[in-house]
Design a protein around this ligand. Structure first.
Ligand SMILES: Nc1ncnc2c1ncn2[C@@H]1O[C@H](COP(=O)(O)OP(=O)(O)O)[C@@H](O)[C@H]1O
Ligand SMILES: [Mg+2]
Length: 264
């Protein structure tokens, strides 16, 4: 079954697009057929793979503006192993959306065609609390929350948590928190350590992932439109996104395994 993972935080600049691009690249390189759907009109996730749609080309946002849109029309191959991208429409205006239901995206992503083509779908989401973010959480199996370990980012996580509970108790009871991911992490900074301790107390230590250290090469990689594993294979960023992929793979394997004492 295709796993759908939303990368979300209500705060901008919290590493959502960087994580979407580099996690997609790592999963694709490991043989997991991966589709990255760029739902943020800034278009950063597509740009990170060098994909910019031509004017009037189909995009991920057409799901909301064209009735019966086939998402396959927006999917583009990338130059990187195992990764395809459905880019964002940078001109999308939410007020023109014809399908404002919470399940518009889910209908497209849960199609037999997507199930046959992809093992993993990653959704890069906008920070604004709008129907796109709600659609992403309604369609996803899990949400991964990148956050800079600062007090203000922690507030963005709390805001997302409120939305998460609303969606998980109404339209998507399968939605899980896959993890809270500290990014731009400096373990020697007291404030970073203290913020992550607060987050662990509040949300559960088992939900806090190891994290991504500060590495300027991640910003450089974006500038040349490549994932970090291709731009700087021996960098900290490559190591850390590799470890994140190991942690998520373990999470998904544990999730798929039958409960140890389940009645037969
Ligand atoms: N671990 C990191 N080390 C250094 N810079 C980073 C790191 N993660 C992200 N960045 C930079 O921080 C900025 C914001 O990240 P981005 O992924 O675009 O956030 P968002 O998508 O949440 O707005 C970008 O300039 C990006 O290159
Ligand atoms: Mg972004």
């Amino acid at each position: 079954m295709t796993t759908i993972l939303a990368i979300s935080n209500r705060k901008g600049g919290s590493g959502k697009s960087t994580t979407s691009v580099n996690l997609a690249a790592e999963c694709g390189a490991r043989g997991r057929r991966t589709l990255l759907v760029d739902l943020d009109t800034q278009g950063h996730a597509g740009l990170g793979f060098g994909i910019v749609p031509k004017r009037d080309a189909p995009t991920a946002h057409h799901v909301f503006t064209s009735p019966d849109f086939d998402l396959q029309a927006a999917i583009r191959p990338t130059a990187f192993a195992g990764v395809s991208v459905a880019p964002a429409d940078q001109l999308f205006d939410g007020s023109t959306a014809l399908d404002r239901s919470v399940s518009a995206l889910q209908r497209c992503l849960r199609s037999p065609e997507i199930a046959a083509r992809f093992d993993l779908v990653i959704l890069d989401t906008p920070p604004s609390l709008d129907m796109i973010l709600v659609n992403a959480l309604a369609a996803a199996d899990g949400v991964l929350v990148p956050m800079i370990p600062h007090a203000l980012s922690a507030e963005g996580v709390r805001q997302l948590a409120r939305l998460f509970f609303r969606i998980a108790t109404t339209v998507n009871s399968d939605l899980r928190v896959v993890g809270l991911l500290p990014v731009m992490l400096n373990v020697h900074t007291n404030h970073h350590r203290e913020t992550m301790q607060d987050i662990a107390r509040e949300f559960g230590i088992e939900r806090v992932l190891t994290g991504i250290r500060t590495d300027i090469r991640l910003a450089e990689a974006f500038a040349v439109r490549k994932p970090i594993r291709d731009y700087a294979p021996s960098s900290r960023g490559t190591t850390d996104y590799g470890l994140l992929t190991d942690e998520l793979t373990a999470f998904w394997q544990a999730d798929a395994a039958p409960a140890p004492h389940a009645a037969s």
